[in-house]
Design a protein around this ligand. Structure first.
Ligand SMILES: C[S@@+](CC[C@H](N)C(=O)[O-])C[C@H]1O[C@@H](n2cnc3c(N)ncnc32)[C@H](O)[C@@H]1O
Length: 252
């Protein structure tokens, strides 16, 4: 972490490509989900329209920062971006401050988003016991909402689903608040097999609607087959830089 190139000792893997991390995020996660063009198309939507993006593995928040940056570039957009990420091992505020010092130098266009998030990033997250702990942040005067769920991806998303079903039963919502797009991050399946399980893919499907898009940097067969089994149509395309292939898909 000291070198500014975040590395996980636990998973023996980098948080993102140290060679063009921002471009990789734009290619793997934004472009494959149709962003920012899909943001632009929301100009016609009413003021209270919410676009929902879900992510597994928030890490340093680079995917979030890049998405928030592009969202804020669209003029005359009155809708809200709600970004819900699950993270089992959150970085401390001190680690985030170190990483963001590097981000700001490398990618100055992300500076405002880094500062806005750091201002609200807590010193400590409360440990979650049986229920997932959801931390909510209102950024840029409410234009962007970040829900950070500190939990295992499958457990945290299942909890989110059950909370929504519960409030639906109590008529607090008219329908489940399903995601419009998913970013699946979370270290390579070979290094983190526990996360990439069919139960996760089925939970993602339950929190999706027809047309929900999904992308991930991995092209592992276990992920492609699992997402197909859960109800997504998946394709492989060439990856960024040295990465041969990545996966993208859409919920049937
Ligand atoms: C490749 S990094 C993510 C990079 C991140 N998107 C970023 O921009 O920094 C993978 C992240 O997944 C998290 N993770 C690993 N296993 C997980 C699990 N079972 N549930 C939730 N998060 C997990 C790790 O702690 C790490 O932060």
């Amino acid at each position: 972490m000291e070198s500014g190139e975040p590395f996980s000792e636990q998973f023996q893997d980098f948080y993102f490509s140290t060679d063009g991390g921002l471009q990789e995020t734009e290619y793997v996660f934004l472009k494959q989900n149709g962003f920012p063009q899909r943001f632009d198309a929301l100009k016609e939507e009413p003021k209270d329209y919410v676009l929902r993006i879900g992510e597994t593995g928030f890490g340093t928040g680079l995917n979030f920062l890049v998405t928030a940056y592009h969202w804020l570039q669209i003029n005359n957009l009155n809708c809200i971006l709600e970004y819900t990420a699950v993270e089992k091992y959150p970085l401390t505020k001190l680690q985030m401050e170190q990483v963001y010092t590097t981000f700001k130098k490398t990618w100055p266009q992300l500076s405002a988003c880094c500062s806005e998030l750091l201002n609200q990033y807590p010193l400590n997250f409360f440990p979650s016991d049986n229920s997932a702990s959801i931390n909510q942040f209102e950024l840029f005067n409410g234009k962007i909402r970040l829900n950070l769920i500190i939990d295992d991806a499958t457990k945290g998303l299942k909890h989110l689903l059950s909370t929504q079903e519960l409030s639906l039963n109590h008529s607090q919502h008219n329908s489940l608040q399903k995601m419009d797009a998913w970013y699946l991050d979370g270290f390579a399946p070979a290094k983190n097999p526990d996360m990439w399980q069919i139960e996760l893919f089925k939970t993602l499907a339950k929190l999706s609607k027809p047309g929900t898009t999904i992308s991930t940097f991995t092209s592992a067969g276990v992920v492609r087959r699992g997402l197909i089994e859960a109800g997504f149509t998946m394709s492989k395309i060439s990856g960024p830089g040295k990465k041969r292939e990545i996966l993208l898909g859409v919920k049937e």
